[in-house]
Design a protein around this ligand. Structure first.
Ligand SMILES: [Zn+2]
Length: 199
């Protein structure tokens, strides 16, 4: 076989590699445009995210490491599975603390936590649901059993506040008036790091 033949084959091979990678680019682009959601299920929640980058931002912004476990975070792992395990533990621990503060412990349907990429995407979701402009940083909808938050602008207090809305609305057989629920939810995020009071 001539050298030319080999070169031609080699060129076809290189072309097909480029073609393959350009296809990957298209697929990835489509995924972002269609906002493909992925789930991580924890004991109390279903965390829904669109990219690992968003999930990582969410993880970094939630500063909640109760008890002795707090010491372990100094040796935080780079390993993906371990990171995911820690995130799951953290979110469940936060939800448990919310229920302890409220003294409202009951088996409830897992709440979905929709993580949006940024403020723009969160606001677009709000507009799609309510048909009006968004003025809040996060919210919870009882009918969808879902918390809506922005990966760029979330913290443990904000997430605990929305988790409190979920707990309050699902614990009582009759949902309390909105103002009463808000007072309770605010109490939860303000006292997240206090010892749980027993009355
Ligand atoms: Zn609220």
């Amino acid at each position: 076989m001539s050298a030319q033949y080999h070169i031609k084959n080699f060129l076809i091979f290189v072309q097909s590699i480029f073609f393959f990678f350009s296809l990957c680019g298209v697929v990835q682009g489509e995924m972002l445009n269609n906002n493909r959601w992925q789930d991580v299920e924890t004991k109390y929640t279903i965390i829904r995210y669109q990219s690992l980058e968003d999930l990582e931002k969410f993880d970094n912004n939630i500063d909640y490491y109760p008890g002795e476990w707090g010491l372990n975070r100094l040796f935080s792992s780079k390993d993906f599975t371990e990171k995911m395990d820690n995130l799951i533990k953290k979110v469940d621990a936060l939800n448990l603390k919310v229920q302890q503060i409220l003294d409202m412990r009951k088996r409830m349907k897992k709440v979905s936590i929709n993580i949006y990429h940024n403020k723009k995407q969160l606001y677009a979701a709000y507009y799609k649901i309510y048909g009006s402009s968004c003025r809040v940083r996060a919210w919870y909808i009882y009918e969808y059993n879902t918390i809506y938050i922005n990966a760029d602008d979330v913290n443990e207090g904000l997430l605990a506040h929305e988790m409190a809305h979920h707990t309050i609305d699902n614990y009582l057989s009759v949902r309390p008036p909105r103002n009463a629920a808000e007072i309770l939810a605010v109490y939860v995020d303000k006292h997240l790091f206090d010892e749980v009071k027993k009355y």
